[in-house]
Design a binder for this molecule. Sequence first.
Ligand SMILES: Nc1ncnc2c1ncn2[C@@H]1O[C@H](COP(=O)(O)OP(=O)(O)OP(=O)(O)O)[C@@H](O)[C@H]1O
Ligand SMILES: [Mg+2]
Length: 288
Amino acid sequence: MFHFAGGLRTRRKNGSPMLSEYAENLGTAFMQRKTAIALRAAKVEAELASKTKSEFIANMSHELRTPLNAIIGFSEILMNPEGLKHEQIRQYSSHIQEAATHLLDLINSILDVSKVQAGKLVIDPSETDVPEIIDSCQKIIMPKAREKDLVMEWNISPDLPIIVADPMRLKQILINILSNAVKFTPTGSRIQVRAWPSEDGMHVCLSVTDTGPGMTPEEIDIAMSPFGQVRSTLNKTHEGTGLGLPLSNALVRLHDGHLRIESRKGAGTRVLIELPVDGPRTAHAAPG
Ligand SMILES: Nc1ncnc2c1ncn2[C@@H]1O[C@H](COP(=O)(O)OP(=O)(O)OP(=O)(O)O)[C@@H](O)[C@H]1O
Ligand SMILES: [Mg+2]
């Protein structure tokens, strides 16, 4: 359209002055309209960015405030312990410890994500026994699964080789994926955890399959981005900051592995992780 107006303008010298004036006016009107559309688009974009920012701040404030309030509340009670039973003191102290641990985990995740973004996160690989790691994750996750009456199936192949990986980070990845499955799957459902060696023996594969709300491909993209959370009536009451998945993905990649999400809205989600048995080939590891 712009070319059309410009084309007419070039003919001004020879063509009708009325026609070229009309073309010029049309060109100006078009440019004004284009600028107006661009301005409106910029405004919508700014509004969206500020909405995301305020949603993020509201979510973060909630995530920080809840454990902090618990720490303040229970420590206030413990400051005047007269009349409290021994069991109550033990219970309140354990609430404080839980809340403080949760805060520390949250802050560590935020620091990890900023390190990933700065390309400064390193891993410390060593010979790692995958079933041992799965076992320790199972102990952490089972009480939460029992609270929700979830049926957990653990199918760990006896042929898993020892792999070169960072055991702490591998545990962090698995806890993130397992706690998502437990958090988003409705009460009474089933979650399957599998671990097996790849056919060529070069990788160890791990999968967590749930029958939760599932995600569309667009929602998976959101879920994989830092602080990205999929809003739905099903999960809006759940805790979290949207850091678990992007961090797990980054940690798997530092191992030169792959993390893939297969999901169908309303049907469930399967997270598949493949880790090379020989560890990362590229230098993502911590020196020494
Ligand atoms: N198994 C799943 N089923 C359905 N939705 C999921 C599942 N796993 C993740 N999601 C969606 O992806 C979002 C991002 O997940 P992620 O683990 O990064 O964050 P989070 O669990 O909300 O918080 P955090 O892990 O930081 O405590 C979740 O908020 C949820 O909307
Ligand atoms: Mg999570």
